[in-house]
Structure formats: C-alpha cells, structure tokens
Write a protein that binds this ligand. Sequence first.
Ligand SMILES: *Cc1c(COP(=O)(O)O)cnc(C)c1O
Length: 394
Amino acid sequence: MIYADNAATTKMSEAAVHTMSALLADTWGNPSSLYTAGQKAKEALEKARAEVAAAIGAEPREILFTSGGSEADNQAIRSAAELGKKAGKLHLISTAFEHHAVLHTLAKLEKEGFEVTLLPVHEDGLVRPQEVADAIREDTCLVSVMYANNEIGTIQPIREIGAICRARGVLFHTDAVQAVGHIPVDVLLDNIDLLSASAHKFHGPKGVGFLYAKKGIRLTNLIEGGAQERGRRAGTENVPGIAAMAAALTETIAAMPEVSARLAMLRDRLIAGLSKIPHAALNGDASKRLPSNVNFCFEGIEGESLLLLLDDRGIAASSGSACTSGSLDPSHVLLAIGRVHDVAHGSLRLSIGEDITEADVEYIIRNVAEVVDYLRGFSPIWRDLVAGKKEFIL
Ligand SMILES: *Cc1c(COP(=O)(O)O)cnc(C)c1O
C-alpha cells in the first residue's frame, strides 16, 4: 500500500513504539505516588515535558498534556473566552477554514453569548494579516488562526498575525496540529500565546497531545478532579503515550530539514503530474504549503468514488476530511476558498510521508489520471460539460 493520508494520521515511529512499550512494561507507576515506582513515572513525564517544550521554544511549565489536538483546541479557546468574559470582552476572531474542534467550540460559545467573527480565506488558501488587524475591536479577547490547514496544507502568516495581536493586546491561539513536527515552529519568534498539537500527526500515538500556554495565562479546566498538570487537567497521566509523543517529536524535528526538502521535491512532482489532467486545479497556494500536501479538484467526478478506486489500486488517500466523509456536504475548507459545490465534491488530498519513493509518485500520477478518466466516462455531469450544457469551471 502507498499511504498518502498522513494528514489524517501517521504511522508511529520505531522510537515512539519502543519508548511506549518499554514504559508500558516497566514504568507503570502513578506519577503522583511518592514511592520509587511512582517517582520513576514522574521523571519520565517531566523528561517528556522538557523535550516537548524544547521542540517549540517553550518552557516546560508552559506545556499541558492533553488527550490530543481537539482537547487542546477546546481548552485554549474556552480559556481565552473565560478570561475575556472577566474583562467584559466577548468578541472572538477566527477563520472560516479552521478544524471543527475550533469551529464547533466557537459555535458553542456563540450560544453562550459570545460574538464570533470568522474571517474569509482567500482563493490561495491564505488569511490576510491586514484583515485580522481590521477585525480586532476593543472587546476582542482572542484571535485563533490555524498554522497550516489540514486539507489544503496552506501555511498561514502566523508570525505577522501574532505580532498584530501582541501589539493590540489580544491573545493569539494557533491550531498547529499540522505544523508541529513538519515545519519549524517557535512560540517566541511566532508571537504565539496558545498553541495546540497532537502526537498522532507526527508519528506519535493517538489520544495524546499538548497545549502550550504562555506563562501567566490562566487556563480553564475542561476536566475537573485531581491536581495533575498543575491543577489544569485532572486525570492520571498517560505516561507511556506522553513519553512516546516526546520521542517522536524529538526524532521528527532532527530529521526535518532533510525530510522536508525531499518531500517538497516529490510534492512538486505530484503537482506537476496531476496538473496535466484536463479540467483539474490545485487547491491552495503552490509554494506556501506543507511539503507533504497535495490537494486537487477534478471537475465532473465524485471524490468518494475516486478514493475507493484508488484504494483498489493500493493507494490510501482522502477527499475532504476524514471527519466529514460519510456526509454529503462538501468540505467547508474548499467552500471557504471559493470552490463551488460541484467542484468541491471532486477533491483529492494526498498527504505524503517519509517512506514515499519516486516510483510511488509516478504510480500515483498514472493511476489518478486513469481513474479520473474512467469515472468521467459515466459521469452525467461530465457528459453535460462535454456537450456544452454546462460550463466548465476548471
Ligand atoms: C487532526 C487535527 C486535529 C485533531 O487532533 P486529534 O488529536 O485527532 O484530536 C485538530 N486540528 C487539526 C488541524 C488537525 O489536523
């Protein structure tokens, strides 16, 4: 199988598997216990915290371990909203193409009396810093803009947006789940106050992630109970998962310069090859995107059929996001960048990983071209387009 769905999840690295199994077997004490076995687990936990902090330029006490990216997003936004409420600031700013962990949290806050402005995303898949600046009001308590989009891979001007927020005294959160471990992220240089990340997107285990909160920002608990995580997230810590996350992150960051240069080269080859398919278009800016991400729309076909036929040919890819496949709505991300419904339905996301070869890339290009052509052969929409009853958009 050629696995080209790394934006949905990644395979655990050997280092992560090894770390996790070793701790499951030997370091199973409760880190809150005072005897030696507990303190051994506590040591592993704090070593992981230091490693994770170093990976993003933070201090260990600024890292809070969570169950993943979704929980970190929820807690970051809810915390900023609570702080805003205390100061009489009930306005939050985000963008139309965020992950649902952000969008649904904001929708819930709206029901609770907050006001939310969702900024538009331009056709190139990028948010404009000036539009962020223009949207900030006296009563704005948070700006939340994702670092890199999970569907179209576009990398946002985070440093500039962070600088604007800092200058205006507004908290800045970024969902960096697709960025951490893939491109350089530094919370100080990037002017970030709150950041979410998830282990299973960088070769760590599922069900583990972290929230960075700049020191001095008081977080709101989503889970009440014991005093773990400095009293901000109750529940006995998943020590083996957390240690495996740290191992995966340290390893992936060390390999990043070499891996990302190679992936960007193969990504560009995929983009060039797939662009030759008639009535196809790349989604999102060609260069301001993750080295791993390729996302196309093909007119006249359904993304789901494309995926199933590619699966038959040994290629695992995605259309829209995994969370919404099964529903008939096209991707909110593609709609946000201005793709119309019909076109958005025919999308394909390829998110490549370290193990991909040049031969795999050639195989993907050839098979996507064949399957698109085959599906168009019996698509009523394609027939109308060719007959001139409908106008081509791409
Ligand atoms: C995967 C993902 C999440 C959710 O992370 P989980 O650890 O699966 O909860 C949030 N945001 C983005 C951008 C993602 O890609």
